[in-house]
Design a protein around this ligand. Structure first.
Ligand SMILES: NC(=O)CC[C@H](N)C(=O)O
Length: 234
């Protein structure tokens, strides 16, 4: 299963994602330069975290106009697998591949810490290696990670089961105290209507090896490969 990691000016988690795919997951991976519009035949695109274009104007709002993003949007609309992490999630909402928006944390703080997440569904290409209701720990690192959407959109994504991860406490309870950034409904990650595009604020690539203090993130990458090898790729 061939992965592509998009690189914008200001991306800073691109090499971490590449490393996990290459050395831990042991799958083929290539970088996709923002200025090119060639997806190199990849099966899954990762839009990594960082500060694309310095977060000017609004996070993700400039990156969304990069030549590569035209192809990423086409790919997603045709059912291609896309994973947007942190700034990647922000870019995917700006590009219209995911509903809602990420705004500045109400605390006005850049939050860099471990967060507990509850896995809401285990029947998707991104979460089949987890169990439903599983509590996992994944680091967050962002200043603009507060998920918002209008009431109608929020109801639609909840009714459709598009929320895959919610911030919770160590016991898996969804509480305001466990919410690091004021996201509506404690939302940490959502998929699109069709289920092939995931955006999440926490960083699975930062907890995919024991030496980094945890491997919960690796299950997400493994889910993609399992789903692909299980028939989706043929
Ligand atoms: N780690 C990241 O991707 C940072 C995300 C974004 N630039 C923010 O601060 O909100």
């Amino acid at each position: 299963m061939k992965f592509g990691v998009v690189v914008f000016p200001g991306s800073n988690c691109d090499a971490d994602c590449y490393h996990v795919i290459d050395k831990v997951l042991e799958q083929p991976v290539t970088y996709l330069w923002h200025g090119h519009d060639d997806l190199q035949g990849v099966d899954c695109i990762i839009v990594p975290g960082g500060f694309s274009y310095g977060d000017y104007l609004r996070t993700g709002s400039i990156a969304r106009f990069s030549p590569v993003m035209n192809k990423v949007v086409d790919f997603g609309k045709k059912g291609g697998l896309i994973l947007g992490i942190c700034n990647g999630f922000q870019i995917l909402t700006e590009a219209g591949l995911l509903p809602g928006a990420l705004i500045r944390n109400p605390s006005l703080q850049f939050r860099c810490e471990n967060a507990y997440l509850r896995v809401e569904r285990a029947d998707t290409p991104f979460t089949n290696e987890f169990t439903r209701g599983q509590v996992i720990q994944i680091p967050i690192a962002h200043g603009e990670g507060s998920y918002v959407a209008d009431e109608e959109t929020l109801k639609r994504i909840e009714d459709n089961g598009q929320v895959l991860f919610r911030y919770c406490n160590a016991r898996g309870e969804i509480t305001p105290e466990a919410n690091p950034n004021g996201s509506l409904h404690n939302i940490a990650g959502i998929i699109n209507d069709e289920g092939n595009v995931l955006g999440m604020m926490p960083h699975p690539e930062r907890c995919s090896e024991k030496i980094l203090g945890g491997e919960d993130g690796l299950l997400l990458f493994k889910s993609l490969v399992k789903w692909w090898m299980g028939g989706a790729g043929r």
